[in-house]
Design a protein around this ligand. Structure first.
Ligand SMILES: CC(C)(COP(=O)(O)OP(=O)(O)OC[C@H]1O[C@@H](n2cnc3c(N)ncnc32)[C@H](O)[C@@H]1OP(=O)(O)O)[C@@H](O)C(=O)NCCC(=O)NCCS
Length: 228
C-alpha cells in the first residue's frame, strides 16, 4: 500500500478480532477477518460502499432520487477510496463486504488538488446539487476536530452483511491504534442508529450539524481509552 502504513500486523489483527468477539458484538460464528485492503480492490469496495450508503439520508439529500443514483454514489466512493489509499488506510474483510476509510493525523481534509483534479467527477456525482454538497463540505470542515486525531471518513457494510459485527470490527484496528497512541478519533454520524453504534464504541456527540435543511449530522469524538 502506498502512503501511510496501516501499521497493524496480522497477529495484532487476530488479537483485535478476538477482542471484538469478547466484547460480544459478533455472533457465535467465526470472527470476521479484518485486514488492510489493497488499491486493486477498489472496484468491489466502491460497490459495497455504494450499496451500504444507497439509503443514507445525507446522500439522499445530496444526490436526490433517480435511477442512476447507485452509480453516482459508487463514483463518489471511488474518489474517497483513492484519497484513503493514497494518504490513509482502508480496512476491509476477506469477503470485501464493507470498508472503513481511516485517515491518520493531519490527513483528514480532502486535498484541494484532489478536488480540483476530480472537479468533473464531483460535478457528475452531485450535478445540480453540487453547491449544497460544497456548502456542506465546508460546514463540516469548519467544525472538524482540531489537533492530532484519527478520522473515520466513511464506514459502510453492504446491506446483506449488516448487523453481524462487521462494522464494529472494521473500526477496531483504528480505535486500538488511537488508544495505543493516546489520540482521539473523530467522525460524523449520519443517523441516530449509527450514532448509537459509535456511542457503544466510546464516541460522544459534541454537536449536531444541520446545513441548509440537510438531515442532521452528529459530530462525534472518542477520547483514547485505557488499554486492557
Ligand atoms: C453503520 C454500519 C457501518 C454498521 O455496520 P454493521 O456491520 O451493520 O455494524 P455492527 O453489526 O457492528 O453493529 C450493529 C449496529 O450498527 C448500527 N447500525 C446502523 N445501521 C445499521 C443497519 N442498517 N443494519 C444494522 N446495524 C446498523 C446499529 O447501532 C446496530 O446495532 P443495533 O442492531 O443494536 O441497532 C452499517 O450498518 C452500514 O453500512 N450502514 C449504512 C451506511 C452508514 O450509515 N454508514 C455510516 C455512516 S456514519
Amino acid at each position: 500500500m502506498s502512503g501511510i502504513t496501516c501499521g497493524v500486523t496480522r497477529e495484532a489483527q487476530t488479537a483485535q478480532q478476538a477482542e471484538t468477539i469478547s466484547e460480544g458484538s459478533a455472533t457465535d460464528s467465526l470472527p470476521p477477518t479484518v485486514r488492510a485492503a489493497r488499491p486493486s480492490e477498489s472496484a468491489p469496495l466502491k460497490v459495497a460502499l455504494g450499496a451500504a450508503f444507497y439509503d443514507d439520508p445525507v446522500f439522499g439529500w445530496l444526490i436526490g432520487p433517480g435511477s442512476n443514483r447507485p452509480d453516482r454514489v459508487e463514483q463518489y466512493f471511488a474518489l474517497q477510496l483513492a484519497h484513503s489509499f493514497a494518504d490513509g488506510c482502508v480496512w476491509t474483510t476477506d469477503g470485501l463486504q464493507g470498508a472503513a476509510l481511516c485517515m491518520p493525523p493531519s490527513h483528514w481534509r480532502l486535498p484541494p488538488q484532489l478536488i480540483l483534479a476530480n472537479a468533473l467527477s464531483f460535478t457528475r456525482v452531485f450535478r445540480g446539487r453540487l453547491p449544497r454538497a460544497v456548502g456542506l463540505l465546508v460546514a463540516i470542515e469548519r467544525r472538524h476536530l482540531r489537533g492530532p486525531h484519527y478520522y473515520f471518513a466513511n464506514i459502510g457494510v453492504a446491506p446483506e452483511a449488516q448487523g453481524q459485527g462487521l462494522g464494529s470490527a472494521l473500526m477496531r484496528p483504528t480505535l486500538d491504534r488511537c488508544d495505543e497512541e493516546r489520540l482521539p478519533a473523530y467522525l460524523e454520524a449520519s443517523s441516530e442508529r449509527n450514532a448509537a453504534l459509535y456511542e457503544r464504541l466510546g464516541f460522544e456527540c459534541t454537536e449536531v450539524l444541520r446545513f441548509a435543511g440537510s438531515p442532521p449530522l452528529r459530530l462525534m469524538t472518542r477520547q483514547p481509552q485505557p488499554q486492557l
